[in-house]
Write a protein that binds this ligand. Structure first.
Ligand SMILES: Cc1cc2nc3c(=O)[nH]c(=O)nc-3n(C[C@H](O)[C@H](O)[C@H](O)COP(=O)(O)OP(=O)(O)OC[C@H]3O[C@@H](n4cnc5c(N)ncnc54)[C@H](O)[C@@H]3O)c2cc1C
Length: 465
């Protein structure tokens, strides 16, 4: 314990429990100041769902700190100036953070670290956002595996780096900027229309509920019409739970639980890959694919974002995303594949759109998954695996329940036609109250022809043409 005042600069770790930066500061300093910087470069491009979730989680963190006699100091601006100014204003001796892997975060932290160094303030970084820190999961040859399964094997048997125990520092009760309230959007509810309980407490309740469902995870995870997955991604994004708590509470005692914990290894893997190769945000991991000739299909891209492609399973997913900020993983794969393979639109355009709208947008996960779908990333889906969105819908939404929920104008069609309204006869359409191109568009693309076009484009690159 020193006499110094330490600042905990919260970013994607909006919790006090199981938070190594918070623990380190409260154990090593006599007084702690809790700081959050609203950086317009991050808050500005956030879609409404993510912004509202952030503000809710910040208010919950502030309440927890107030319950302990402290507060959360919120300031707006460039962290290089705001953190350094706060360190001067409060005569801090150290700044404590949980590190992040995105190139933006790495550059930002290097600049803040540098500014603090020049005024003699110590920088202390922890890896409280991942189960294992980058570099901790290595192949026998000492590198980061470019294939997930061997990574997962080592990940599962690597002992956790111990995190510090929290201490009993006094938390300063200082607060000058109010946390903004959410925008005029209906995002106080989640994808099921239920109110979201923000913050650490809400996350703990969601984790308990997810753990109760986890035995069924393997059987239900691909059915988008039901709550078959944990729905913890926004909590993991904002750090209202630690991935270690999630792994611990879920456990691996049944195949369903083990399959869910395995997803956290995917999360670590994509983070480690981006940390090792920051260029992945823009460049294909397999360099030959930088030669792919993409189409500038603005009308197609717009129809895709609006859920008006005329392919019901795709439209259901894109509308779920637009309405709630979240989309089921199976449908994320199908909608992304439709954009990249059927429309042959550059995966980076889709990635940027998802990054804007998703409540759980996380650059490493988003880029990793988009590159997986595009076939350009490590251990990616083979280039010639092109999801047929109709077959995917028939397989994973056989009764059309998910489509009926998100594309209600098709609700009156039977379980077969709801996946392919263009095959329904005029009488059936009339009985269901659907006028094609008025209520619901015809498909904007021929699925078979566009599949062949994508194969040709990928094969041209592979053949070096
Ligand atoms: C095109 C595309 C873009 C995606 N963008 C993001 C993103 O920006 N942020 C994000 O968190 N996830 C992203 N994912 C991964 C996945 O779709 C979501 O993590 C998942 O749907 C969140 O729901 P859940 O919490 O119920 O997941 P669960 O199935 O319950 O999984 C538990 C946790 O494991 C992690 N996880 C699950 N699937 C994956 C995966 N494929 N890759 C990496 N981690 C995974 C997540 O942290 C998730 O919360 C993307 C997937 C695709 C196909």
């Amino acid at each position: 314990m020193t006499d110094e005042l330490g600042i905990v600069w919260f970013r994607r770790d909006l919790r006090l429990d199981d938070n190594p930066a918070w623990a380190q500061a409260t154990a090593s300093c006599r007084t702690v100041l809790a700081l959050f910087v609203l950086d317009p470069r991050l808050v500005g491009p956030s879609g409404p769902a993510r912004r509202d979730r952030l503000f809710g989680d910040l208010r919950a963190l502030q309440q927890r700190l107030r319950d302990q006699g402290g507060d959360l100091l919120v300031r707006t601006g460039d962290p290089v100036e705001v953190v350094a100014a706060a360190a001067r204003e409060f005569s801090a001796g150290s700044v404590h953070v949980n590190l992040d892997v995105s190139p933006f975060a790495v550059r930002r932290d290097a600049a803040v670290h540098h500014a603090l160094d020049s005024s003699g303030v110590r920088w202390s970084g922890q890896w409280g956002t991942l189960v294992h820190p980058p570099g901790a999961v290595r192949t026998a040859a000492g590198g980061l595996s470019q294939v997930f399964t061997p990574f997962h094997k080592v990940w599962a048997r690597t002992p956790w780096t111990p995190w510090p125990e929290a201490g009993d520092a006094t938390v300063l009760a200082i607060n000058d900027e109010a946390i903004p309230t959410g925008g005029p959007y209906p995002f106080v509810s989640d994808q099921h229309g239920a109110a979201v309980e923000p913050g650490e407490l809400g996350a703990a309740h969601r984790l308990t509920a997810a753990a109760e469902r986890a035995d069924r995870y393997d059987d239900e995870r691909n059915t988008p019409s039901i709550q078959g997955t944990s729905e913890l991604s926004a909590d993991l994004k904002f750090g209202t739970i630690s991935p270690r708590s999630a792994a611990q509470v879920i456990g691996e005692s049944t195949p369903g639980r083990a399959a869910l914990v395995r997803q956290l290894a995917w999360r670590d893997w994509y983070a480690h890959l981006l940390h090792a190769t920051p260029a992945l945000v823009d460049a294909p991991m397999k360099p030959q694919y930088s030669q792919l000739v993409w189409r500038d299909d603005d009308a197609g891209f717009l129809a895709w974002t609006q859920g008006r492609t005329g392919v019901p399973f795709v439209d259901a997913g894109m509308r779920q995303l637009l309405a709630t900020g979240w989309m089921h993983n199976r449908v994320r794969m199908v909608t992304a594949s439709f954009l990249v393979k059927n429309l042959l639109v550059d995966w980076r355009r889709g990635e940027r759109y998802f990054r804007h709208v998703l409540v759980d947008a996380d650059v490493s996960q988003n880029v990793g998954n988009w590159q997986w779908v595009a076939g350009t990333g490590p251990d990616a889906s083979p280039y010639n695996r092109i999801f047929n969105p109709v077959l995917q819908g028939q397989r994973f939404d056989p009764r059309g329940s998910y489509i009926r929920n998100w594309v209600p104008e098709l609700a009156g069609l039977d379980d077969r036609s709801i996946h392919e309204p263009w095959l329904a006869g005029p009488l059936e359409l009339a009985a269901a109250g659907v006028t094609v191109d008025l209520d619901y568009p015809s498909p904007i693309i021929d699925l078979r022809e566009s599949r062949l076009r994508a194969l040709a484009a990928y094969e041209a690159v592979r053949a070096g043409r």
